[in-house]
Design a protein around this ligand. Structure first.
Ligand code: 13P
Length: 239
């Protein structure tokens, strides 16, 4: 399987900046790395324009969240079907920032993933432990239980991606040791045979080759470094 590089732009950027970033990534993939699997997850308001900007580059588009229901009176939310219509092939669900800010728990994440799959999207299901859980030596048990709870019953491994994102690593510059990454990814792959597991948390140009070089790591979910074209392209090159 090709290692997937997914850029999660979170709530960053302006329209001109977002378009320029998307065009830079699309140009790099088209001209230099056509074999790479790259997915951009911009803020939802930019999806349609970015879909047009990356057309015929091979770069794919993803949402940052979706609702668990097909449609309904949910002010401010976006449905998986709407993301699909806007050109998305993927959607992030269960990001730790949403778990923290909106109290999203594993059951809600599983329902969102199920809705995404129903609509033909690939959910990028995020799981990861807070610092205290790792300090207590419970990281594998915690993350494994979350992964099992968040993957809907009966789905095939090709229908979703798992992203292991330790909460304490997101936006901090701190990463687990390579051994810790290997152990966690191997654990998740044992629990969910056939599943692709991405790593996320402070991935940047300078550590991407080491992390993506691990056979247990099927790609990267990149936050801050995905907002800088040069840095993001360096991560794509490492993949
Ligand atoms: P950083 O790459 O900024 O640590 O963010 C990771 C992340 O949250 C991606 O979803």
């Amino acid at each position: 399987m090709r290692k997937a590089i997914i850029g999660n732009w979170k709530m960053h950027g302006t329209r001109p900046g977002a378009l320029a970033l998307a065009e830079a990534a699309a140009t790099h993939v088209r001209k230099v790395r056509p074999e790479c699997e790259v997915v951009l997850c911009p803020p939802a308001v930019f999806l349609y324009e970015i879909d047009a900007a990356i057309a015929s580059s091979g770069v794919k588009l993803g949402g940052q969240d979706c609702h668990a229901a097909a449609e309904g009176p949910f002010t401010g939310d976006i449905s998986a079907a709407q993301l699909k219509e806007a050109g998305c092939s993927h959607v992030i669900v269960g990001h730790s920032e949403r778990r923290a800010a909106y109290g999203e728990h594993n059951d809600a994440v599983r329902d969102k993933a199920a809705q995404a799959i129903t609509q033909g999207l690939i959910p990028i299901i995020c799981v990861g432990e807070p610092a205290e859980i790792r300090q207590q030596g419970q990281a594998e048990a915690f993350v494994g239980a979350a992964a099992r709870a968040c993957v809907p019953e009966g789905v095939m491994p090709v229908q979703f991606l798992l992203a292991y994102e330790p909460v304490w690593s997101i936006g901090t510059g701190n990463t687990p040791t390579l051994d810790d990454i290997i152990r966690m990814h191997a654990h998740l792959k044992t629990l969910l045979p056939g599943a692709a597991v991405l790593y996320g948390g402070s991935v940047k140009g300078s550590n991407a080759a080491a992390i993506l070089g691990l056979p247990e790591v099927d790609g990267a979910l990149v936050g801050g470094a995905s907002l800088k074209a040069e840095e993001f392209c360096a991560i794509v090159d490492a993949a």
